[in-house]
Write a protein that binds this ligand. Structure first.
Ligand SMILES: Cc1cc2nc3c(=O)[nH]c(=O)nc-3n(C[C@H](O)[C@H](O)[C@H](O)COP(=O)(O)O)c2cc1C
Length: 350
């Protein structure tokens, strides 16, 4: 299927962003689908078995509600990603130990690389009932897009800039995903394609609308119904929202992250590589303040470097050493049922 009108029938004005690392759960996705949104599950960091279980759970919930559409998001391994300067890694590790004060056993001495089991997860998603498959961090090879299409699913690539949008227009993707500069979590920047410009999400949507008829989903920093309305008016078919759902009752957000969203309202968000090596927007804390400038851009090696200390920080309730992913609208993330959040955001649509 590649007809824009047919695709738009499956899209929804509200899209629940995939949120890897815990927040995305089948219950959250089902609640948002039930309220009229299009939910995405996050495959990133999950084992293939957990992804299979999450998809099965969501399919189970949705069958009861007349088979609503959903999507799954995959992290694409960077072909250059296994390159890591061991000396720079060791220097950064020493800084991390100094700043966090954690025990050295929690921080791997050697860089770890993984392709996030991309092939296995792709196979699982292709065999699932998902209508959409979105790809983050890189564009997969054309053969991958063909496989997803052959499985009867639609493909979404993300861009953070005009050159990134141009590349999607020229690609086999069916939908243009746009992530604005205020978005929480990892920037979906495709290295070597997106540039460093910081255009607003509205400007990027207008640009994409002007050059392509492909449907657009866009988001980043949405703080309420007015932002949804503005993005739809600018030409988006769906508005992708993540942060406002982080405190939803059905989300799997870590307890220390939840507490920070509630208590750190007076803090700014910053874009930092300190936790994973890739730029991501988070509520500023001691870790990012001390390490953002020295973090080398090795992903996923830095993700694994900080994984143990982040886990421990969450357990200890230490928000200063945790990756507090959040978009600029985070003060509006309230603890309530996801359906209430979705309905409030969708009220803008009528
Ligand atoms: C906790 C968290 C985890 C995220 N994980 C993913 C992910 O796995 N894949 C992805 O494409 N985007 C991810 N994102 C980015 C979202 O797709 C989306 O761009 C962002 O949530 C939109 O901005 P907002 O958070 O301000 O609403 C994540 C965002 C957050 C806050």
């Amino acid at each position: 299927m590649n007809n824009a009108q047919e695709i738009e029938k499956l899209l929804r004005p509200l899209v629940l962003a995939p949120m890897a690392g815990g927040p995305s759960t089948p219950r959250l996705a089902a609640a948002v689908a039930g309220a009229g949104g299009l939910p995405f599950l996050a495959a990133g960091y999950l084992s293939p078995e957990s992804l299979r279980a999450d998809i099965a759970d969501l399919q189970g919930y949705l069958e009861k509600s007349s088979e609503l559409p959903f999507g799954v998001n995959l992290f694409v391994p960077d072909p250059q990603g296994s390159r890591c300067d061991v000396e720079a890694y060791s220097d950064y590790r020493a800084r991390v130990l100094e700043v966090s004060g954690v025990s050295p056993e929690l921080v791997p001495a050697e860089p770890i690389w993984s392709d996030d089991a991309f092939e296995e997860k792709l196979e699982i998603v292709c065999a699932s009932a998902a209508s959409f498959v979105s790809f983050t961090f890189a564009h997969p090879a054309p053969a991958v897009v063909e496989r997803v299409h052959a499985a009867g699913k639609l493909v979404i690539f993300y861009a953070t800039s005009r050159p990134g949008i141009d590349a999607i227009v020229d690609s086999g993707a069916d939908v243009i995903g746009i992530q604005g500069p205020n978005a929480g979590g990892h920037r979906a920047t495709v290295f070597g394609v997106d540039d460093d410009s910081n255009e607003s999400v509205l400007e990027l949507v207008e640009y994409a609308r002007g050059i392509s008829c492909k449907p657009i989903i866009a988001g980043g920093g949405v703080s309420g119904a007015a932002d949804v309305r503005n993005l739809l008016r600018a030409g988006a078919t769906g508005v992708q929202v993540g942060t406002l759902f982080l405190n939803a009752q059905e989300a799997g957000t870590k307890k220390t992250h939840r507490r920070a969203l509630e208590e750190f309202g007076g803090r700014e968000t910053v874009i930092t590589r300190a936790f994973s090596g890739r730029p991501a927007r988070a509520i500023e804390n001691s870790f990012s303040a001390a390490l953002s400038d020295s973090a080398p851009g090795f992903y996923p090696q830095l993700h694994f470097l900080t994984a143990g200390l982040r886990k421990e920080a969450n357990e200890r309730g230490d928000a200063e050493n945790l990756n507090l992913w959040a978009g600029t609208g985070f003060v509006h993330a309230k603890e309530e049922p996801a359906a209430d959040i979705a309905r409030r955001l969708l009220a803008a649509h009528d």
